[in-house]
Design a protein around this ligand. Sequence first.
Ligand code: HEM
Ligand code: HEM
Length: 549
Amino acid sequence: MSGSVEYTRDSERPAPAGKGERVADWADGRLGINTLAKSQMRKIFPDHWSFMFGEICLYSFLILILTGVWLTLFFEPSGSEVIYDGVYTPLKGIQVTRAFESTVDISMEVRGGLLIRQIHHWAAIVFVAAMLVHMMRVFFTGAFRKPREVNWLFGWTLLFLGIITGLTGYSLPDDLLSGTGIRFAQGAILSVPVVGTYLSFFLFGGEFPGDAIIPRLFSVHVLLLPGIMLGLVVAHLILVFYHKHTQFAGPGKTEKNVVGAPFLPIYIAKAGGFFFLVFGVLAIMGAVATINPVWVIGPYRPDLVSTGAQPDWYLGFSEGLIRVMPSWEINAWGHTLELGVFIPFSLFPLILMAIAVYPFIEAWATGDKREHHIADRPRNAPVRTGLGVAWLTLFAVLMVGGGNDIWATHFHLSINAITWFVRIACFVGPVLAFYVTHRWCMGLQLRDREKALHGRESGTIKRLPHGEYVEVHVPLSQGELYTLTAHEQPKPYEIGPEVDAQGVARKVSRGERLRARLGKAMYGPSAQVPKATPEEYLEIQQGGGDGHH
Ligand code: HEM
Ligand code: HEM
């Protein structure tokens, strides 16, 4: 045994100098944090404005927990009925549930209650929006590629759970809007073949609405889902640390290094400041912008539905799916299969799932097994960028469908015309969006090539001695040239010869053919404008090297 480390006692160590050092030494002796801190605290983070969205997710999530815990002090998750007798006169004498009454009390009687409630609700809205934008940043830059696929799935799960947590949250106050939302969810559950009715009875503890659903949703909302999400967020951030953050191409940046500022002290100071900025903005929103005024909406009654009932924005697309779906129904053997609800209900996770599995489909189609730490510029991956915009277009079109009544009343349009527009746009919109985005990306690639070869247009027009007008082009710096040409242009996956050396046809599976076609779409000539080569550059600079054309 090599003794010295094993037998070192605290008394043998040199005495720590200052008080701070003594505390650090005490903690290190018990938690061993020194080694961890030494290796992780100086971790380098690259800087780019788009890396801020993950932070907004994190801070709004923390704010949701802080404000949510505060709300549990006053909110009563109870479906038992009482006669309202609080300070809000218009509701006096009306039968409401304790959940509803306590939410009105939080808003009217608890000091600062309305502010915190509104911050909680606004934070939920910003949280999911930040997750969507963060996800699209990761998507468009290809930051989901190896080794970050698992972290992509962690993130995706967070988005999915975030949406469900929002749904369970705004169902709690038991106002007319939230009750309508629960009714909507119950309708979707009922449409599930064979087990739907049993599932509904199980979840609601009997007939709808019953008095069990609010307490049940409460446990799910304040404990189960946030608990899982907290664990996932920690795992997500550990993986961000472990993989190191991606960076955009630039001079000195490679697949093997990270260029940026150290976590401590620079990044942590910025991050701390940014947390308070996000909190400040949410507090202003909570202070000045009314959200979910349950006292105006009124308590839930199963026989009522208010006009203009809308879910929070992130569930608008699922509402749209239901609203624009034709009301197909099959009646057989005394049972009804409600396809008009069941199909949209099944499509809801599928639309989200499409984005979850994308990294694996792309890796399969390209046959790319390498690690990637340099982020792609969206223009250099036109198929991926096109697919992302197509997905967003579908999401937006369905949201319009979810608000068809609002569009109809606000813009004096026929609700049927909007429904038909959405039905057609669901199919045409994404294809059109893909095509336009793809062309746009190719145009930008061409422009990059031109810029690299001929320099930037200066706006200065020069007249040559023989009368010709030319625009003076300023050559790019070496750094800019590097950045514009740093991206790889991989070759697409190929099937290889279809006959062997003896001329015998080889069996090529359909999967292989599909893979080759997808690979060609992604990396073929239709997706990549050949980037400027050093030879072409030198030829232009030396040949017609007057800096213009
Ligand atoms: C509670 C929700 C989330 C939190 C708190 C969170 C937080 C973060 C943070 C702070 C970063 C580093 C900074 C940045 O790149 O913005 C990051 C990176 C990342 N996030 Fe998230 N995120 C969340 C949701 C998501 C979602 C919905 C996805 C995708 C579906 C995702 C995928 C990723 C990936 C792949 C990275 C690594 C990116 C890179 O290295 O370039 N995250 N996340
Ligand atoms: C992951 C994040 C969360 C989201 C997206 C979320 C979302 C929401 C939403 C939209 C509401 C309705 C607010 C309203 O009345 O207008 C709500 C209510 C509520 N949330 Fe959350 N929440 C989250 C986390 C939490 C946590 C961690 C707790 C507590 C530990 C909590 C406790 C509550 C309570 C008690 C209510 C009912 C009070 C009320 O409606 O005013 N929430 N939540």
